[in-house]
Design a protein around this ligand. Structure first.
Ligand code: FES
Length: 162
């Protein structure tokens, strides 16, 4: 996955048009927009509604129902941290405590110093857990040292974006 870019209506229309004929196109479109821009801009709602022949309320209802969809531009960097069973068995919860203790970042607690960490459930890399996902890349076999390095990288990227 490429790094996200600022909202651009022409690119948003391309994404929407490229998926408009998919079965149940709304969710793939919302995911496509979020992957590209890091969130789904409110201006996309009317375009999607017109393209899919839905009401704005229907589009907005779906967008707001799923917590995974962001409606504001991301503040800093976000790491997705797996707390599904296999990663838990390999120490993910202990690492989550480390995150809070060492980096002051609480899981799902919003951004702190430009870094947010959100709970996720399985990236399909269970044998190499604990795992995190950042900028489209899976970071496996995490321990405190590797997690520190990942946080440093994400924080630096957040600084570069601002
Ligand atoms: S349980 Fe974490 S990647 Fe599958």
């Amino acid at each position: 996955m490429a790094a996200t870019i600022p909202w651009d209506e022409a690119i948003a229309r391309e994404i929407i048009d490229s998926m408009r004929n998919l079965e149940g196109a709304l969710l793939p479109i919302l995911h496509g927009l979020q992957d590209r821009f890091g969130y789904v801009d409110a201006r996309a709602v009317a375009i999607i509604a017109r393209t899919l022949n839905l009401s704005r309320a229907e589009v907005f209802g779906t967008l707001s129902f799923y917590h995974d969809f962001k409606r504001q531009p991301p503040q800093g960097s976000t790491i997705k941290f797996c707390l599904a069973e296999a990663c838990q068995a390999r120490g993910a919860e202990k690492l989550a405590s480390w995150l809070e203790h060492k980096h002051g970042v609480k899981l799902d607690g919003g951004a702190s110093n430009g870094l947010a960490v959100e709970t996720a459930y399985c990236f399909g890399n269970c044998a190499l857990g604990p795992n995190a996902l950042y900028d489209g890349e899976i970071f496996g076999a995490l321990d405190e040292t590797r997690l520190d390095a990942l946080c440093l990288r994400a924080t630096k990227n957040a600084g570069a974006q601002s």
